[in-house]
Design a protein around this ligand. Structure first.
Ligand code: BG6
Length: 513
């Protein structure tokens, strides 16, 4: 069968060019992430002509399977997990490049077999000796897999070929373990070979924070303490812990969401303009912000943070069982499923501008948004609307599932009397750009194939994220919660989360359905 015409002309811009010829090796090839996200994302890249014609996949997992059986499995899965229609010719082309090696991640023999398979695949698909290894495994394997790859020489680069490793989250479970993991993998890999993934950075709306701030001249001049009163970041989920009870109970909302996803949102919102869009220029500025977040003292943890765990309730019209009744969760679990906090960034741009953050499971809506609240007008001429009653100007970056930007401001309500009302001006992605099917992993995989690490975490950034949450982990461990569960599923978390912001005379902006 003839190959679909994939773009390979030289001279395309960086953005539009296909990835380099390479093999993607997936550790954990039989797992959920591979089936639901990675394979559909690779297929989407192929259909957007962003995958090299000289590309192959080698899956590695414990399950005993031949390459043929692996192809059958992924061909079944794609029917369920594709983000759009699947073209049978393109799929046929794609699936022929998939291979499989069964093996235990701790067994040196598996790496010898992998090495042999790679030599063959590299020759058959002309992938130029370029390999990247995607660790879609439990975190306990990150270090051991990389050590074994080092031992068999699979991550050694030379001027003719590159070798890279993508590491999933969670990267450590506190500052100490993250540092230890960095030390361990840096003995084998150069930092430039390490791609620590955070899938939030694969979201268009998250990437758009940079475009919005730095491709427009009108926002930057007011993006500072003179004009901004405070910033709120909410990452609300309606789901409970579903089938992930055993992972989640060890992790909790703080570790699961804050040092990674929420720190990305803060750093992109608060960073200084980078001097270029080169990976280290952007990441240097992000890292500076993370370092500038004031670590909370033990007293401040008590005053400026809130934790919660859901009890049973109704969410989206459905009965949701209490967290403690979920599968694989101990009935006396003290793990938090909600966290809120108030942080300050110590620099000239943000001094005295609080950042309020909250995230939780079993909340009333699924909605991630960043609210930039501006200072109110100093004086209002209109007698009917005293200054205290004016709704403040808010710019909202809607990250998901709504994707867009809205600006709230005051307008005269029609009529003979001068009265003010609140209006919203809305931009929605879908209205302008349509909706491109996506898993959120396409851009990140493609970036790895072209060696662009801008949207991946450097060691210092990961450690800086843990520095922010470590004081909370310490204090919360020393003082186990006594009032869990303290919010009903389907509500906006414990009352203390409202108090946290309301005692400063401010309010969370909730987006209901
Ligand atoms: C993951 C967390 O990293 O992100 C999950 O482990 C969470 O608990 C998920 O549900 C949220 O991702 P998204 O893309 O659905 O916002």
């Amino acid at each position: 069968m003839s190959q679909p015409a994939l773009l390979t002309e030289p001279g395309l811009t960086r953005i539009g060019r296909p990835g380099d010829p390479c093999v993607m090796v997936i550790f954990g090839a039989a797992g959920d992430l591979t089936r639901r996200k990675l394979i559909p994302a690779l297929y989407n890249l192929a259909s957007e002509q962003l995958l090299s014609r000289e590309f192959a996949v080698v899956g590695l997992a414990r399950a005993q399977m031949t390459s043929e059986q692996f192809r059958d499995t992924v061909s079944q899965d794609i029917k369920q997990f594709a983000t759009g229609p699947v073209d049978s010719d393109l799929w046929e082309w794609f699936v022929r490049r998939m291979h499989y090696v069964p093996g235990d991640f701790n067994d040196p023999a598996a790496y010898t077999r992998l090495n042999e398979m790679l030599l063959k695949v590299d020759k058959d698909h002309a992938t130029h000796g370029n390999y990247f290894f995607y660790l879609a495994t439990a975190p306990a394997y990150f270090g051991p897999v990389i050590e074994q790859l080092g031992k068999v020489g699979l991550v050694k680069e030379d001027e003719r070929h590159w070798r890279r490793v993508i590491i999933e989250k969670p990267f450590g479970r506190d500052l100490e373990s993250a540092k230890a993991l960095n030390r361990q993998i840096q003995q084998v890999l150069d930092e430039k070979q390490i791609y620590r993934i955070d899938h939030y950075l694969g979201k268009e709306t998250v990437q758009n924070i940079l475009a919005f701030r730095f491709a427009n001249g009108i926002f930057e001049p007011i993006w500072n303490r003179r004009y901004i009163d405070h910033v709120q970041i909410s990452v609300a989920e309606t789901v409970g812990v579903e089938q992930r009870g055993s992972y989640y109970d060890e992790s909790g909302a703080l570790r699961d969401m804050v040092p990674n996803h929420i720190m990305q949102l803060i750093s992109l919102t608060a960073m200084e303009p980078p001097i270029s869009f080169r990976a280290d220029a952007v990441r240097d500025e992000q890292a500076k912000i993370l370092h500038a977040i004031q670590p909370l003292s033990s007293e401040e943890v008590l005053l400026k943070t809130v934790r919660g765990q859901y009890g049973e309730g109704i969410s989206g019209g459905q009965h949701v069982p209490a967290y403690r009744s979920e599968t694989d969760v101990p009935p006396d679990s003290r793990t938090e499923t909600f966290v809120a906090m108030k942080l300050q960034i110590d620099n000239w741009r943000w001094a005295d501008v609080p950042f309020y953050l909250r995230t939780g499971k079993a909340l009333p809506v699924r909605a991630t948004h960043i609210v930039i609240q501006f200072r109110r007008a100093p004086f209002v001429l209109f007698r009917e609307t005293p200054v205290e009653n004016l709704t403040p100007n808010q710019l909202v970056l809607h990250i998901q599932p709504e994707e867009g930007i809205s600006l709230r401001f005051a307008a005269k309500t029609p009529g003979p009397v001068m009265r003010l009302g609140t209006v919203d001006m809305n931009f929605e992605y879908a209205d302008y750009f349509g909706v491109t099917p996506s898993t959120g992993y396409e851009r990140l995989l493609h970036d790895c194939m072209i060696g662009d690490a801008t949207l991946f975490q450097r060691a210092d950034m990961v450690e800086a994220g843990w520095c922010v949450v470590n004081p909370l982990l310490d204090v919360w461990k020393a003082l186990p919660p006594r009032n869990f569960p303290n919010y009903a599923a389907g509500t906006w978390g414990p009352k203390e989360a409202d108090d946290l912001i309301e005692k400063d005379g401010r309010h969370w902006r909730n987006f209901e359905k």
